[in-house]
Design a protein around this ligand. Structure first.
Ligand code: MLC
Ligand code: AMP
Length: 498
């Protein structure tokens, strides 16, 4: 079987079978393959060489997916970025990854030009002539896929580090091929499947779990630009499956259209990226008779565990290790934790990434000498082998399935005049799971207001990272070691959004 991710993605799909269904157009596999050839030729015209990084900060669209596939096909490395990032945030990704090309939407071009350095900027689509789409339209629909080995990079996905700056997780062809194949088989995806694809494709969930799995199975995707509960429900009569973050499921439950009848033709609902409350799991089953299948993963590893397809899907757990993936829970003092004991979740397998881009120090720190990757998640394995994620060893907030590292926000807050120091915490939020909340200690004479702080952060941080609320305190609570007691702050303010 082929090693190349691109070859594997196009191995099963029948030439005339639909693969990508958008409001504007349905692409068959053969059409999509030809489009990727055109776009790969366009990239070569722009001097993109194998191994070059191509950064894409664009809204979700068919062209966005085609750019990803064409990048892989041309032997280059795809670097997807949330279109919500500000130019300030983009500056770091571009300086760190040194992409040959930055692809953006027309409205972002001007701001990006101020931070792009030596990188060339191209518009994905639209805004008159001269976009990448125009270049591709004029190019040949034949392209010889550039050979790649399993260890060669296919993508770099940035994931925030504890230092407050994002690190690029290097994902190789072998990582992505093995994870998509394993998941497709485990979840029984076939050419008959139609996935409602409402996730963004700038993260591993929408890009590698959803898109790669469906393509590799020869199935199709109803591609929706963003999640809307009504649109997802409308698509269900034509679909077999949905992948989402917990917010998708809580929002579906709030919609009166979520009924047994509406979901009768669906075979599988999958959830991940953040903890799914057992209550949501049970409420969904009561309303629809479908038992959500929860799985667990992360940018650096792709997926690690999944509840079974046939066996019992247990609410509050993330299931069993995937075939070929070793998962262990380690106690800091005694080594391997016994069943029922909480410890750090560590993983090893063909899914685990090749390290952080140009960051050997952080890479070395997150791997054990025996090759296990330290996830930063705290878990417990029960007697049946099911893993539950019970907390995080890393200081991380997950809001609506998007990760926010408090340190990054704290650095911005601390730089504001009048702020003495700050602590950013996640508080329970019915819609987002956790809501980013700033606790700010200010000096005596400060004139700072909540709105003033939010306004100051707005141009610096993507909207999803901006605090929903700011709480002012005289000073931050600290323990005997002088460490800020975030758990205490979380307890104190846990009802803020209820
Ligand atoms: C958007 N906003 C968010 C937000 N998403 N704020 C906090 N958290 C979020 N996740 C902002 C919007 O800009 C908007 O700003 C306001 O909040 C309300 O917007 P909304 O209309 O409610 O948001 P919506 O566009 O509906 O998006 C919410 C969402 C979306 C949950 C549907 O964020 C989403 O699709 N999340 C999925 C993320 C994902 O794919 N994660 C996987 C990571 S990979 P304003 O200015 O209007 O107030 C990974 C590994 C793994 O974790 O295991 O999978
Ligand atoms: P990311 O860095 O965006 O890839 O996010 C990965 C993190 O999301 C993991 O380390 C976990 O903390 C969290 N996560 C993913 N899936 C789940 C899940 N099913 N339950 C709990 N946490 C999850």
């Amino acid at each position: 079987m082929a090693n190349h991710l691109f070859d594997r993605l196009f191995e099963r799909g029948r030439a005339d079978a639909p693969v990508l269904i958008t409001d504007a157009r349905t692409f068959a596999y053969a059409e999509l393959e030809r489009e990727t050839a055109r776009w790969a030729n366009a990239l070569v015209t722009l001097d993109v060489r194998p191994g070059d990084r191509i950064a894409a900060q664009v809204e979700k669209s068919a062209a966005n997916l085609i750019l990803y596939l064409a990048t892989i096909r041309a032997g280059a490395v795809f670097l997807p970025l949330n279109p919500a990032y500000t130019a300030n945030e983009m500056a770091h990704f571009i300086a760190d990854a040194e992409p040959a090309l930055v692809v953006c939407d027309p409205a972002a071009r001007k701001a990006l030009a101020t931070v792009a350095g030596a990188a060339r900027i191209e518009i994905l689509n639209g805004a008159g002539k001269g976009s990448l789409a125009d270049l591709a339209a004029a190019a040949s629909d034949r392209f010889e896929t550039v050979a790649r080995e399993p260890a060669d990079l296919a993508a770099i996905c940035y994931t925030s580090g504890t230092t407050g700056r994002s690190k690029g997780a290097m994902l190789a062809h072998g990582n992505l091929v093995s994870n998509a194949q394993t998941l497709g088989e485990l979840w029984r995806f076939t050419a008959r499947d139609v996935l409602i694809h409402a996730l963004p494709i700038y993260h591993v969930h929408g890009l590698f779990v959803a898109s790669n799995v469906l393509l590799m199975a020869g199935g199709s995707m109803i591609f929706q630009a963003r999640f809307d509960a009504g649109d997802v429900l409308s698509a269900m009569s034509r679909a077999t499956s949905l992948m989402g973050v917990p917010t998708f499921y809580t929002r579906l439950l709030e919609h009166p259209g979520l009924t047994r009848e509406a979901t009768a033709g669906m075979r599988l609902f999958i959830c991940g990226s953040a903890p799914l409350l057992a209550h949501t799991h049970q409420a969904f089953e009561q309303r629809t008779d479908h038992v959500i299948l929860e799985r667990y993963g992360m940018t650096e590893t792709g997926m690690n565990t999944s509840n079974p397809y046939d066996g019992e899907r247990i609410a509050g757990t993330v299931g069993l290790p995937l075939p070929g993936v070793c998962v262990r829970v380690r106690d800091a003092e005694t080594g391997e934790a016994a069943p029922g004991e909480i410890g750090m979740v560590e993983v090893k397998g063909p899914n685990v990434f090749a390290g952080y881009w140009r960051d050997p120090e952080n890479t070395a720190e997150t791997f054990r000498p025996d090759g296990f990757f330290v996830t930063g998640d705290l878990g417990v394995i029960d007697a049946r082998g099911y893993l539950s994620i019970v907390g995080r060893g890393k200081d991380l907030i997950i809001s609506g399935g998007l990760n926010v590292y408090p340190k990054e926000i704290e650095l911005e807050l601390d730089a504001l005049p009048g702020v003495v120091e700050s602590a950013v915490i996640g508080l329970p939020h019915a819609d987002l799971g956790e809501a980013v909340t700033a606790v700010v200690a200010v000096g005596d004479k400060t004139e700072l207001s909540e709105q003033g702080i939010l306004d100051a952060l707005a141009p610096r941080l993507a909207r999803f990272k901006q605090p929903r609320r700011v709480i002012f305190v005289a000073e931050l609570p600290r323990n005997a070691m002088g460490k800020v007691q975030k758990a205490y702050l979380r307890g104190q303010h846990q009802g803020l959004y209820s």
